[in-house]
Design a protein around this ligand. Structure first.
Ligand code: DX5
Ligand code: ZN
Length: 216
């Protein structure tokens, strides 16, 4: 997988016109579809589940990246893969048996990522980094779109890069939350491979152009 990828978050899409927004992304320079699933337990908000995932499967023509902000993700990962998820990321903080869930996802044929909340240290990944396909660093507290970017993320990107290199890991680094046109290039420079953007893309006048500018 190449880097400097943009993954627009469908959380900020217009759900009354979801097919239209998905097709707009198909025709844009967006690389991945980022699908934010929230359960009202791990995070204080509920987003959507399988019916929306089914629509994504039906219309999305690009790599589908599912971010599970749910407790007990092991109960649902296989069904998300049946609905077309190419990659599933689970939260370190939500998994008692992280190693088992990561392999459950990979054994079912998808890529597996692990997510860290803003204050979970990168060193917690020391014993799993060689086995994951992606590390997702939350740059806001998960639960809502349109929040302010947490600056400490830059330090965590550098630490994750070091951890990846010292373990010969092939994991990509993804950053999620508060990404916009002001910080996208700095984040790529710091070592991020994939940037998630919800509000910055969907609330802009020209989402396709915004995606294009984020990749410069
Ligand atoms: C936050 C979600 C993000 C969110 C990003 O809990 O994981 O993917 O949609 O939204 P923006 O880009 O608006 O911060
Ligand atoms: Zn997300």
């Amino acid at each position: 997988m190449k880097n400097k990828l943009i993954a627009p978050s469908l959380l900020s899409a217009d759900f009354g016109n979801l097919q239209r927004d998905i097709e707009m992304l198909n025709n844009s320079q967006a690389d991945w579809f980022h699908v934010d699933v929230m359960d009202g337990r791990f995070v204080p908000n509920i987003s959507f589940g399988f019916p929306v995932m089914k629509t994504v499967q039906q219309y999305a023509k690009k790599f589908v990246d599912v971010h599970l902000m749910i407790v007990e993700p092991e109960k649902y990962v296989e069904e998300f893969i049946d609905y077309g998820a190419d990659l599933i990321s689970v939260h370190y903080e939500a998994c008692t048996h992280l190693h088992r869930v990561i392999h459950q996802i990979q054994d079912k044929g998808a890529k597996a990522g692990v997510v860290l909340n803003p204050t979970t240290p990168v060193l917690m990944l020391e014993d799993i980094i060689a086995e994951v396909d992606l590390v997702l660093l939350m740059s806001v507290n998960p639960g809502f779109g349109g929040q302010k970017f947490i600056q400490n993320t830059y330090k965590k990107i550098r630490e994750t890069k070091d951890l990846i290199l010292s373990n010969n890991s092939t994991a990509l680094i993804q950053v999620d939350g508060g990404v916009n046109l002001d910080n996208a290039s700095k984040l790529f420079e710091a070592g991020a491979d994939v940037l998630v953007a919800g509000n910055a893309v969907f609330s802009s006048e020209n989402p396709e152009h915004t995606i294009e500018l984020m990749k410069i």
